[in-house]
Design a binder for this molecule. Structure first.
Ligand code: AP5
Ligand code: ZN
Length: 215
């Protein structure tokens, strides 16, 4: 199955992607995660991406698209994938469509996680990520009193772009550049919206119910 997750920053794309991808036995491909791995690895790509990410702006298309093209060619993505954070604007979506077409493939479904701005700010302010296994936690909702990952014992950190001011800017970027994807994919009859409020497990359940008819 070839799936895309769309939704504003903090909608829970990364959180849901880890469960959905594992339920469907497909790789989760997150452009944000790949950029962050490059930043912490000190690569050239990481240095370039960091200047955009710290401001909450999108990394230039040519860089992002080349990176995704390489990733989609890897063996584990040949029988399906879940894209989290890509495409992020209409031109990325057009390139993805044409790229898959060249390979005689297409998307099966685009899931939109729907949540309002205030909830996003609340979620991102309390987000912590494991530096070792990448698992996503929330200070309040997961009742985290220390900065240790309960899954692997790794140290948790707060993302640089989760400052309230940067979050507000990321939301503007989302409205301007990413929200148009909703009508782009609705036109192709690929879009299904999922209410992303409420407990994580309930959102996963709703997402899996939405996916099932396309499996
Ligand atoms: P990226 O990493 O993709 O960030 P984002 O889209 O802003 O999304 P987030 O990771 O912030 O949120 P999420 O929806 O995954 O939420 P999460 O599950 O963590 O991109 C970062 C940057 O990289 C961009 O700004 C850009 O610069 C660059 N970039 C990436 N892709 C790009 C592209 N294609 N083109 C150009 N540039 C690109 O959840 C958030 C918090 O809420 C967590 O703490 C979680 O525990 C909690 N939570 C989740 N679900 C629930 C729930 N149901 N109830 C309560 N809490 C919840
Ligand atoms: Zn961990």
């Amino acid at each position: 199955m070839r799936l895309v997750l769309v939704g504003p920053p903090g909608a829970g794309k990364g959180t849901q992607a880890q469960y959905i991808a594992s339920n469907l036995s497909i790789p989760k491909i997150s452009t944000g995660d790949i950029f962050r791995a490059n930043v912490s690895g000190g690569t050239e790509l990481g240095t370039l991406a960091k200047t955009y990410m710290d401001r909450g702006d999108l990394v230039p298309d040519e860089v992002t698209i080349a990176m995704v093209r390489d990733r989609l060619r890897e063996d584990d993505a040949q029988d399906g994938f879940l894209l989290d954070g890509f495409p992020r604007n209409v031109s990325q979506a057009e390139v993805l469509r044409d790229m898959l077409k060249d390979w005689e493939l297409g998307l099966d479904l685009v899931l939109e996680l729907v949540v309002d701005d205030e909830e996003v700010v609340r979620r991102l302010a309390g987000r912590r990520t494991c530096s070792q296994c990448g698992r996503i936690w929330h200070v309040e909702f997961d009742d985290k009193k220390d900065d240790v990952c309960d899954a692997c014992g790794g140290k948790l950190f707060q993302r640089d772009d989760d400052k309230e001011e940067t979050v507000r800017h990321r939301l503007e970027v989302y409205q301007e550049q990413t929200a148009p994807l909703v009508s782009f994919y609705a036109k192709d009859d690929l879009l299904v919206g999922v209410d992303a409020t409420g407990p994580v497990e309930e959102v996963t359940q709703r997402a899996m119910e939405a996916i099932r008819p396309y499996m």
